[in-house]
Design a protein around this ligand. Structure first.
Ligand code: S3P
Length: 175
């Protein structure tokens, strides 16, 4: 068990990858991206996995990879936007790290993801209304899992990372 891991969660487009890079730069902790880990393991894009094998297959893969990755210590893990939707993933995450939830308004999320095509759940539904609807459905799962909640709307990366590191220190002690 290693509570030293920093586990970044939040809806697509809340900035998990960007924040992970900056936290890595500041702390020098190893950085892993759950989606990238899956893509490398399967040698297949997330779009292709969803299209060819379906979402349930992807979710099972996500749980297996999460288990594998969390054997490591002292890492920053950027989870997928749907990782906390499974209770067993959240249990595993709770046992192995600090769960940092990044939030953003639907309009902010839309502005950040609108030109990207690698998110199968949004590819056919790229609009603010759909994002707001899906966010609302997932809200409880995100908030219940979180050890801390960090708003990212209108803020720069440095400012967000400073808040995360300050809160981690306050709640859990020095990294
Ligand atoms: C998903 C989010 C994606 C990826 C997959 C499903 C989701 O990750 O895991 O497309 O269900 O919210 P990002 O949040 O990194 O885009």
């Amino acid at each position: 068990m290693d509570k030293n891991n920093i586990l970044l969660t939040g809806f697509m487009g809340t900035g998990k990858t960007t924040i992970s890079h900056e936290l890595h730069r500041i702390t020098k902790m190893e950085e892993i991206d759950l989606d990238a880990y899956i893509v490398e393991k399967m040698n297949c894009s997330i779009n292709d996995i969803f299209e060819k094998q379906g979402e349930t297959f992807f979710r099972n893969l996500e749980t297996d990879c999460l288990k594998e990755i969390l054997k490591k210590k002292n890492i920053i893990l950027s989870c997928g936007g749907g990782t906390v939707l499974r209770t067993k993933n959240v249990d595993l995450m709770r046992q192995n790290g600090k769960i940092v939830l990044l939030t953003a308004e639907p309009q902010t999320i839309y502005d950040r993801v609108r030109n990207h095509t690698e998110r199968p759940l949004l590819n056919q539904n790229m609009n603010v209304e759909y994002i707001a609807e899906l966010l609302e459905k997932r809200k409880n799962a995100y908030f219940e899992a979180a050890d801390m909640i960090i708003c990212t709307d209108g803020r720069n990366t440095a400012d967000i990372c400073q808040e995360i590191l300050m809160k981690i220190e306050k709640i859990f002690g020095k990294i």
